[in-house]
Design a protein around this ligand. Structure first.
Ligand code: SF4
Ligand code: SF4
Length: 439
């Protein structure tokens, strides 16, 4: 028996949904459609399903939710669309509607409402959650866990010493942040001038699992002549909330960060995680219906720059590189940098400046690796299929280093290389790659 129709609730902006002219030009860029060949797993099919639910022609039941859940939110379709369909916004509003009206299984509810919403955005809690993970890995007991937990464990980095896990104590439950102020490297700045007064977003996953990458990002900014401010009061950017259909929670994150950063009167706000950057650049849109915050949100977003965007646009100098690249190097486009932010050239320029003739393009570089925020926990099967596809393409390049710009991609690719028995290939964040070049 079909589930009862949900009362009609206009969660979609009708004009924005109608912008889809059903041309199908987005289909070839959609990773889930590439894998399943099912129209319902394509952008065009999903927009049709969203409109059918909104119009009351389709109940908000398992079928519609299944195809929406399977969407990675990678937004490759937006970049391919000639009609300017704002798919990301349609998806976020549909997911918000689903989370408010659709009853999920106990397991999925726990995963989404507790693990993803109440742990990941809080670095202190995430560190504590990693303690049993370390023990299970040490005992080699991964196989005793359910599939989603095995997936999560596979993503925990091998070099746990670099993670700097705390001992259990409420006193040190908060993450060590980069210094509140890290001054520019005076020797490299012409006439002693500071070239920028920038804020740094230290991130949730980044600050817990990639502390060294954050430190390297700040050093690179200092080398580029910037004073870097990292306020300890900053919080989660809200990306995980927005992508999982919790828009009110995402707005609360946005308001908090705007308040913290606007006091500092910065030239730019730098982020080294593509997924977070995309959400930070959309605070203006997220808060546009709130008269007290719309302008402040737009001003904040206008200042947000990806690390590569800022470095490539500055006088950052990597000609001092002492890194002698002997092997091929390739670059994987993080979806949220390549599609919503349309940033593909600056990171390539930076990688090529170091790798020179050893740089090789990756086939399907901008096809999602399957990480997609918390997707590899909620949709482990499709995440695994896309990870395998990505690793096969990486192996074809013959590269020994894969560079990217997002923590989720890094963990996903590192886990995939390990599963393929290719520990000889390194997956590196671009900040770590560039920092090595400048050592
Ligand atoms: S490319 Fe754009 S207009 Fe064409 S089907 Fe896809 S979403 Fe619709
Ligand atoms: S966001 Fe990505 S997975 Fe979802 S419909 Fe668009 S291209 Fe496909």
């Amino acid at each position: 028996m079909n589930p009862p129709a949900t009362p009609i609730d206009h969660f979609l902006d009708e004009q924005k949904a109608l912008a889809c002219i059903h041309c199908g030009l987005c289909l070839g860029s959609c990773p889930t459609y590439l894998e399943t060949g099912n129209e319902n797993d394509s952008p065009r099919g999903r927009i049709y399903l969203m409109r059918a639910v909104q119009d009351g022609r389709l109940p908000l039941g398992d079928t519609a939710v299944r195809h929406i859940d399977l969407c990675l939110g990678c937004r490759a379709c937006e970049a391919a669309c000639p009609s300017g369909v704002q798919y990301g916004e349609l998806l976020e509003h549909t997911r918000d509607h689903i989370e408010n009206h659709f009853k999920r299984s106990i397991f999925q509810t726990f995963l989404r409402r507790v693990a993803i919403e109440k742990v990941f955005p809080f670095p202190g809690r995430m560190k504590l959650a990693l303690l049993p993970a370390r023990l299970i890995k040490k005992l080699g007991a991964e196989h005793l866990l359910p599939k989603f937990a095995q997936e999560a464990l596979a993503l925990v980095p091998e070099k746990m010493s670099a993670v700097k896990l705390p001992e259990f104590s409420p006193a040190n439950a908060e993450p060590p942040l980069t210094p509140a102020l890290s001054p520019s490297d005076g020797e490299r700045v012409a006439e002693g001038r500071v070239r920028g007064r920038v804020g740094f977003i230290s991130g949730c996953v980044m600050s817990v699992m990639f502390g060294e990458t954050n430190a390297n990002s700040v050093k690179l900014l200092n080398r580029a002549g910037c004073d870097v401010h990292t306020p300890s009061a900053q919080g989660c950017c809200g990306a995980l909330h927005a992508h999982s259909g919790k828009l009110d929670e995402a707005r609360a994150c946005a308001r908090h960060n705007i308040t913290v950063f606007e006091k500092l009167e910065l030239d730019a706000i730098i982020i080294n995680a593509a997924g977070c950057g995309s959400t930070l650049k959309e605070y203006g849109a997220l808060l546009r219906d709130d008269p007290a915050w719309a302008e402040r949100g737009a001003e904040f977003s206008a200042k947000v720059k990806d690390l590569t965007e800022w470095l490539a646009g500055s006088t950052f100098n990597i000609q001092h590189s002492t890194l002698n690249i002997q092997h091929r190097v390739t670059y994987h486009d993080a979806c949220h940098l390549a599609h919503p932010q349309r940033i593909t050239k600056p990171p390539r320029e930076l990688v090529k400046a170091v790798a020179g003739a050893n740089f090789v393009e990756l086939s399907e570089s901008d096809v999602c690796c399957g990480s997609a925020g918390s997707y590899n926990l909620t949709e482990p099967e499709m995440a695994e299929r896309l990870r395998r596809r990505k690793i096969e393409n990486i192996l074809k390049t013959g590269s020994r280093i894969v560079v990217t710009t997002n923590p989720g991609c890094l963990l996903q690719i590192q886990a995939g290389l390990k599963r393929a028995g290719r520990d000889d290939i390194e997956a590196l964040h671009i900040a770590d790659f560039l920092a090595r070049a400048g050592e």
